[in-house]
Write a protein that binds this ligand. Sequence first.
Ligand code: SF4
Length: 363
Amino acid sequence: MAMTPQTETPPPPYLGRSVRIVGPVSNVDMNQTPHPRNSRGELGKALFNWYRNTISRDPLTRVSAPNHFADQRNFLAALVNQAPKGKVNHQRVALSDPAAMTRHIKAVAHHMGADVVTVARAHPSFLYAASAPPKDSAARDVYQNRSGDVYQGRTPEQMAEQYPYIIVATTAWDYDKLQAHRHYIGDAAYHVSQMKAQMILKALEGYIKELGYSALRGMSNPQAAGLASGVGELGRNGLLIHRKFGARIHMPDPIMTDLPLVPDQPVDNGVEDFCKICRKCAINCPTNSVPFGDKVVFNGVESTRSTGSRATRSGPTSTRTGEAASPARPSARSPSRTSGGGASPCGRSARAPSPRAPCSCER
Ligand code: SF4
C-alpha cells in the first residue's frame, strides 16, 4: 500500500478551561479500551460473563442495552451499527457557504432527533490509533462503528487534514426516568438515549454521503471533540457537562468529515470553577473512582479526570511518543468532605447510588 508523505503536527487545540493538552499525546488504540478488552475476556471472567452472557430480566433493557438480549436481532442498535457502510455519492453537491452548510447540517441533525449538535475542528490528538479492529465479530462490541480501512496507511495528522471537521450529534438522557437510577427504569434513560443517538448518527452519516462527502465514525474521541466544539466542560466526574442537560448527555462516536463547515468554540459554563469546590460526585462515588484532588497530567492531557477518561484510561498504543504518568489517588477522603444539598451543574444529587451495580460513569 502506498504511503502518503508525513504532515506536520498542528499546535495543540484549545479545549476550554477544564482540559488542556500540555505534552505529547499518544493516540489510544480503540482495541485496548475497556469494552473491546472485556469482549476478549481480558478483564476477567466475572465482567466478561456479566457483560456478554447475561440476559437481562427486564425486556426494555434487552432491547436497548448492548449484549443483554435473548436474541441479538431484537436489539436495533446492533442491526444499525453492523449494517454495511454506504458509499459516498460521486455526484457531489457544490458548496460555497460553509456557514450556511453548518446551520443546515445542525438543523438536519436536530430534525432527526439530536438534542445537541456541534462541530469541532479535527486535531490528530483527538483520533484513535490507526489499528484495524479485530475481524471476528465476537471481539467487537455491538455499538462500535469502526471500519478497518479508514486510515489506509495515513497518519492521524493526514487524517485530520483530509477530514478537517468532526460533527458531534447526540441525545440527552430523560431527566425524570434518570431519577430511578439505578433501577431498570433509570438505566433505560441511558440505554434508550444511546440507541437513539446511534440511529441519528447512522442517518446523518448517510445524509453526508448522499451529499457527496465522506463521513467516518469510530475515529475520534468523543469527549475531545465535544470539548473543542463547546458541548460543555469536563466535570470532576469525568463526564462532559452541558449548560442545559448537565451530565445527562451521551457522547457516542462523532462523525469525521470533509464536508465544508465552520467549527464551534469551547465554552465556559462555570463547571471548571464549580467542580473545584463541589466534589459531591467524589464523596458519593461507590467505587472511589472520582478523584478529590487537583488536576493531573496523563498522556499529555491535564484534567481532573485524566486517568479515568476513555481516551487515556487503557494506556496508550502509540503512533507518536508521549509521557504517561499515573498519579496516585489520595488514600483517604478529604477531611473537608460535605454532602450538602443544592443543585450542581451536572445535576448530581447528594444521594449515594446503590452499590449493587457499576455506576453509569463506568459504562
Ligand atoms: S458533582 Fe459537583 S464536583 Fe462532581 S461533576 Fe458535578 S458539579 Fe462537578
